[in-house]
Ligand binder design. Structure first.
Ligand code: AMP
Ligand code: MG
Length: 381
């Protein structure tokens, strides 16, 4: 039940970030890079992120155990939007054995010698695995579109070039993603949406802090001059490739802490929807396990518990129960204390009001008496 509630909260939290399939997006108009949900403060953020990481850790284990579904997380963004940091934070709790990160750079000679989806296909997750694409096949309709010399390098045949090349690529990508989804590989697509001003500040930070110089290249600043072209390419990409099977989520990226919460929530949501289960074993296999258990228990040396693990688990369970009870009582006592303090404060206020009223009445009575005396005096004169 608690899980269902958490799932519902997460789904509601990420709903405004989802790009409705079929909608026409203008990134700058439709998504605010500095958005943060009203109810989330930075200090609550850490707790939320921790919760997200725990959730992911649990679901990743189940995903691996079930060995049927895989998850692909696609990260796209302008430079300095926080892709690396998001990966670091979001994946901080998961088992590295089941997660792979692939960063896609300028294609190598071997890569360029194949169709443009080849290198991305080779990096896909297997069943039970999570893969994160740090940049992805979407570069093929972003950087390649903004800088046409990249397309020229690809040595496409005439029928794959022409005016419709981007339309063709959107179609290819949607079909490819649908095929993957139908075969058990779910795709989560995140665009970290940074404002030009926040990028400017982050670039300056990289220049001003010597330890951060390595993250900056003058090429990044040059790329920044293509901002409007990228915004346009992003908008068209979102409009054409947000599908029912693999919708885009636009993550407001001007506040890093909020971006990380959003990213982990979208990934957690996908895992919850996959709902991977630990495989259950057949009744005969369970019977065999029971028999083996009895045999192992019978082998216990003198004085040893037949099943020390079961004993330990029982003790842990009892301990947890006692701790929960104590916590509940503590909370109850604190609540009562708060209530009493509130009542005290209220009583003190009432007292103060009564005293003030009395004082005021006294003053008014005094004034009246004075006035009476003056009048009498005047009448006597
Ligand atoms: P970084 O992510 O900062 O290490 O930079 C990787 C660089 O590779 C970026 O400038 C990307 O634009 C570039 N890149 C990634 N994929 C492609 C591609 N398919 N064609 C051309 N350039 C690419
Ligand atoms: Mg770079």
């Amino acid at each position: 039940m608690a899980d269902e509630l958490a799932a519902k909260r997460i789904a509601e939290f990420i709903a405004p970030l989802r790009v409705t399939p079929g909608s026409k997006v203008t990134l700058a108009k439709d998504f605010d890079p500095s958005y943060k949900a009203d109810f989330v403060k930075k200090k609550d953020g850490l707790e939320l992120l921790q919760r997200g990481v725990e959730l992911m850790s649990e679901y990743q284990e189940r995903l691996a155990a079930q060995d049927t579904y895989g998850l692909l997380v696609v990260l796209q963004a302008m430079d300095a939007a926080g892709k690396d940091g998001t990966i670091r934070h979001v994946m901080s709790g998961v088992n590295p054995q089941g997660v792979f990160v692939h960063s896609f750079k300028v294609p190598s000679a071997e890569e360029i010698n194949h169709d443009y989806l080849w290198r991305y296909t080779r990096a896909l997750p297997g069943r039970g695995e999570i893969a994160i694409f740090n940049r992805s096949h979407y570069e093929e309709v972003l950087v390649v579109r903004v800088h046409p010399e990249n397309l020229a390098r690809q040595r496409l045949p005439k029928e794959a070039r022409g005016r419709d090349v981007w339309k063709l690529r959107y179609r290819d990508i949607n079909d490819w993603e649908r095929h993957l989804t139908d075969n058990g590989f779910r795709i989560v697509k995140l665009l970290l949406n940074l404002s030009a001003e926040e990028q400017r500040v982050r670039f300056l930070r990289r220049i001003d802090l010597p330890d951060h110089n390595w993250k900056f290249s003058s090429a990044d600043a040059r790329e920044r001059t293509f901002w409007p072209a990228y915004q346009k390419a992003f908008s068209e990409m979102l409009s054409a490739t947000s599908t029912e099977w693999a919708p885009w989520y636009v993550i407001p990226a001007d506040h890093k802490w909020f971006a990380r919460i959003c990213a982990s929530a979208v990934i957690a949501n996908a895992l919850i929807q996959i709902d991977p289960r630990y495989p259950t074993i057949a009744p005969e296999a369970r019977k065999a396990l029971k028999e083996t258990k009895s045999e192992l228990e019978a082998e216990a040396p003198k004085g040893a518990a037949p099943d020390p693990f079961a004993a330990e688990e029982a003790a842990k369970k009892a301990d947890k129960k006692a701790r929960k009870k104590a916590e509940k009582e503590q909370e109850k006592a604190a609540k009562a204390e708060r209530k009493a303090a509130k009542a005290d404060k209220k009583a003190a206020k009432a007292d103060e009001r009564a005293t003030n009223a009395k004082k005021q009445a006294g003053r008014e009575a005094g004034e009246e008496e004075n006035a009476g005396a003056t009048a009498e005096k005047e009448a006597g004169r």
